[in-house]
Design a protein. Structure first.
Length: 413
């Protein structure tokens, strides 16, 4: 049976804390091995990359060429993702204040980005679109994709996203090559994209030399629903994330205990028909939960503590609950808005904060591929009005040269 919590029970606080802090992912410590791979690639370059590729990257079937239906779907998704992200482009600012100082900022795109695309048994064209299109919209001129596979659907998505540089290499060695460069792979400024434990550890290792997007944890979905939703729909939504990985987490919050029973039964029926039922079953039984609250007015506070990657609000007036929520990676409003629409083609990015990091971080956007530079120009009158305060602060910090650099201009020398 899935874990059931009742917000009205005297032990709810302890049970909820246990749910929040349950460790969902136990990875082997690969950091020592990854450090060695990264260091070796940094020294030996392509020779090391080729050696580790022969050792770790298994040959994979290419898969079938994408059908016209799939190619059309990629076009629809790409167009919607691009349109949404174009609205995120920030504006430069420049203004003059009452001291005569001109202040502002300007935004510029990164020169180059590396995109890691996993291989394995599954293909992820949506990840290619979600990472590459915002970079292109931002104005990044070079996007280098690395992948241990050559799945035709992934390659089709790469072409649609405007990627022309693709390297058939994966693992920690690919991340190291992107970070430090080799004769065949020029270094990049930032590395984005999902990967296994070795890829995640390598991104941690090279951070600082290059930027990275994030270290993603297992996927999550939290559904807030009243008793008027279709239980089969909600069950499907919960399992849409459970099928990702055995460490994924699916949670339902409802104010209707009878509806909770119906959803639990619907999950059991649906699991029996899923191709990935073993993975989804383990996720649901080990980490899933159903929380019954006295009123959905109490849901937002629980949502904020969970800070889920995906939040669905399946109620008659979802905006009312959403307005109270502060911490969620993405919010899906209404009974006809399954999270899976956001995964593929609705427009918003599906690269989202996991493991409660939505408390302090956001999903991937155009801003992740841009940087802001501040601007300042002072007139003589500006220095006359503000300089003495600057001198005072510099001397308070014991930095006399700072004070002098202002004072010499005030002295007119």
């Amino acid at each position: 049976m899935v874990r059931r919590l009742d917000a009205r029970a005297p032990d709810f606080a302890d049970a909820f804390d246990a749910l929040l802090h349950a460790r969902r992912e136990i990875e082997d410590d690969v950091s020592v091995a990854v450090k060695a791979i990264v260091a070796d690639v940094r020294v030996r370059g392509d020779e090391a990359v080729a050696e580790y590729t022969r050792r770790f990257d298994r040959p994979e079937a290419l898969g079938e060429e994408p059908s016209t239906e799939v190619l059309d779907a990629i076009d629809v998704a790409a167009a919607r993702i691009e349109a949404y992200h174009r609205l995120q482009r920030p504006k430069d600012e420049l203004y003059t204040d009452d001291t005569g100082a001109t202040l502002g900022w300007r935004w510029t795109a990164l020169d180059s980005v590396g995109l890691y695309v996993p291989g394995g048994t599954a293909s992820y064209p949506s990840s290619v679109l979600m990472n590459a299109i915002p970079a292109r919209v931002a104005g990044v001129t070079r996007i280098a994709m690395v992948t241990p596979g050559a799945n035709p659907v992934v390659l089709a998505a790469a072409r649609r996203a405007g990627i022309t540089e693709i390297h058939r290499v994966g693992g920690a060695q690919a991340v190291a090559a992107l970070a430090y460069g080799t004769k065949s792979i020029a270094p990049v400024d930032k590395i984005v994209g999902p990967g296994n434990a070795y890829v995640a550890a390598a991104k941690r290792e090279v951070f600082g030399t290059v930027g990275i997007d994030s270290i993603a944890g297992p996927s999550e979905i939290l559904v807030v629903s009243d008793g008027e939703s279709n239980p089969d729909w909600i069950a499907a939504d919960l399992l849409s994330q459970a099928e990702h990985d055995a460490s994924s987490q699916s949670i339902l919050i409802t104010d209707d205990a009878g509806f909770a029973d119906e959803v639990e039964a619907a999950v059991a029926r649906t699991l029996a028909t899923l191709p990935r039922k073993e993975i989804a079953s383990k996720s649901w039984h080990d980490f899933g939960a159903i929380i019954v609250v006295a009123s959905l007015d109490d849901a937002a506070a629980l949502v904020d503590r969970i800070a889920p990657e995906h939040l669905e609000i399946a109620t008659a007036a979802p905006e009312r609950i959403a307005a109270k929520v502060r911490h969620a990676g993405a919010i899906f409003l209404g009974r006809h808005t399954p999270e899976a629409m956001g995964d593929y083609l609705a427009g918003p990015n599906h690269v989202l904060p996991t493991s409660r990091t939505a408390r302090f971080s956001s999903g991937l956007s155009v801003l992740d591929f841009m940087k802001r530079t501040t601007l300042l120009s002072c007139e003589p009158g500006t220095l006359a009005r503000l300089g003495p305060s600057g001198i005072a602060l510099a001397r308070a910090e014991g930095l006399d040269a700072h004070a002098r650099s202002i004072a010499v201009r005030l002295d007119g020398k």
